[in-house]
Design a binder for this molecule. Sequence first.
Ligand code: DWN
Length: 396
Amino acid sequence: MKKEFLDLGRQPIANKFLKEDEFNEEFFFDLKVVFDEDTKLVSLKEFVKPELMFNEDYVYHTSLSVPMVKHFKEIAEMLMKEFNPLTVMEIGSNDGAFLKNWPNDYTIGVEPCGNFAKVTEDMGYQTYSEFWTAELSEKIKNDGHVDFDLIYAANCICHIQDLDDCFSAIKNILSKKGIFVFEDPSLLRMLERGSYDQIYDEHAHIFSVTALDNILRKNGLILFGVDNLSVHGGSNRIYVRHANIPTDLIPDEFVRNNLQKEKEFGIDKFQIYEIFAERVEKSKEDLCKLLLELKESNKKVLSIGATSKSTTVFNYCGIDESLIECITDTTPDKQGMYSPGSHIPVVDRESVNLNDYDYVFLGAWNFKDVIVDKEKDFTENGGKFITHVPEVMIFS
Ligand code: DWN
């Protein structure tokens, strides 16, 4: 019952930045998107082997995005206050931005990228450097861990291809009255904003509350809370507990409101996805037209933020170094490398004078306010920004 609605063309591994001598062996796959009429889940048609994406070379460091460090501190404080868990596990613990807010004697991490698992081990948190599966949940139990009162995951569950296995693993290791809290990009926000660049290899699914409600129930779990967040261009934080265990954690009005809002938008109907696909095509036409016009009038353009999202945009729209001269990024592991597929040089922000450029494309449009604020000098000197969300536009 899966129906295809979007084809974003041949795409590389979104976070695999390359050296010049690696261009010839770069891996590409067909980035197509499907809607499941049964569960209402939106997923990639073809999944990429997890080991190709999440390995020792993974470059996304949560702690290098200052707003995200603050975000994880605040959520840890809130969860501690509201639920007071005695045992905590994070799935997809990256470089420990969330973990570090918890005492390390009863907190563990799960992180398949070995470089990051080592970072949190060195911080004193036992970290399983493996993919989250039902088998791993058994192994953790067999290692003598008691069931967890809090299981947390941010921008990770939507990376997991087999959701039934993922949720049954959660059920297996969640304490009787424990809660599972996870946050991922919101499908509704993506459809509203036309932010098709949320779609790339790592995002095996883009979740609606509607689809999660269906799939969690199927796996003996109940969604009892939803927070709408502004991070990562619009995310949902989902609160889950065991079904069939008496508790006072009953689905709140936010769950009902979110389900209602999604229904009114038509998230359960295929037609809404066909409309979205038309909007994506128009976005591509508009962005290509604008960048070609700027090139013809000898304007210089760079991009800020070598994001996974910009991998999708640049490869879908066929944007290369002739249209965007370089990308600046604060992540040392991306600097001195080339962007996946489009092979645009990635440089340190400090190595360029923005005033040598006429336009800045916002590859990290989700940090628009932070970047625009940081780069006031550029706009004061006549520079302009370009974004493609919600529509292709120039602003200063
Ligand atoms: O789920 C995922 C999210 C959390 O992170 C992953 N699948 C991969 C990754 O996606 P992304 O690369 O699209 O994430 P961000 O957080 O939008 O990336 C921002 C990038 O921009 C980072 O590389 C840091 C950089 N940056 C910058 O150069 N200047 C960020 C800011 C705020 C800046 O001022």
